[in-house]
Design a protein around this ligand. Structure first.
Ligand SMILES: [Mg+2]
Length: 235
């Protein structure tokens, strides 16, 4: 067991959210979503879209649109959205700065748990050159009944990886994700370095939900995990 400078045992597994944590996808995803919502009977402004839909699965987003906004997203809308996201991800998607260095330095097991479908997660990681660093440990909300903010995906991920929830540390950028991690009985760090994170507002939203540390430089993560000590060598 590794212990940091505070004497606290370090995590055995770091669970990364994908969108907004590994890849800088949220500005693209929210823009495409708003286009589809406008087509379906919106519009919804950008701040509302981030506030209500960040970190949620498409199934959950459609439920909220139907229940709270009276907007029905059809199969044709979903197909357009899938094609448009694929096109723009292939052309524009960038990794979060510092993530490659962090993944090669982190001295414990790591995996991905995302609200996106498995194909989209793999596209995102392939386009940004991260897939080889994370396969085959990729888990999607499609594998469980309830997406974030329910704890199901994180509990499923920990079980599959063979690690107790209390030995897991989740890295999340969204209120739904932080809530899900805490509901699963896991430690969680809030990441606010994605280009969608308006300075101040996301930080203010994540801390009260139980994120024990908020950080915006992904290259710092190995040191933060180790408890202010220099990054441990990769294993
Ligand atoms: Mg996210």
């Amino acid at each position: 067991m590794n212990a940091n400078s505070t004497g606290r045992a370090g995590p055995k597994l770091v669970i990364f959210d994908c969108d907004g944590v590994l890849v800088d996808s949220e500005p693209i995803s929210i823009a495409v979503l708003r286009d589809v919502i406008a087509e379906a009977g919106g519009p919804i402004d950008e701040a509302t879209a981030y506030d209500r839909f960040l970190g949620r699965s498409m199934a959950s987003t459609c439920e909220i649109l139907r229940g709270d906004f009276g907007i029905d997203i059809t199969d044709a809308h979903l197909e357009f959205m899938r094609d448009e996201l694929n096109r723009r991800f292939e052309a524009e998607l960038q990794p979060i700065p510092g993530i490659r260095q962090t993944l090669t330095t982190l001295a414990c097991a790591r995996c991905v748990a995302s609200s996106s479908k498995p194909e989209r997660i793999r596209t995102s990681l392939r386009v940004t050159g991260l897939l080889e660093l994370l396969e085959p440990h990729i888990y999607s909300a499609t594998m469980v009944e309830r997406g974030k903010p329910a704890p199901d995906l994180f509990i499923h991920t920990a079980r599959e990886m063979g690690v107790a929830p209390t030995d897991c540390l989740v890295i999340e950028d969204s209120p739904a994700g932080v809530t899900a991690a805490r509901a699963a009985g896991m430690r969680v760090f809030g990441f606010t370095g994605g280009s969608h994170a308006v300075p101040g507002s996301l930080k203010a939203a994540l801390a009260p939900l139980g994120a024990e540390t908020i950080f915006d430089d992904m290259a710092q993560l190995p040191s933060l995990v180790a408890g202010t000590e220099p990054a441990a060598p990769a294993v």
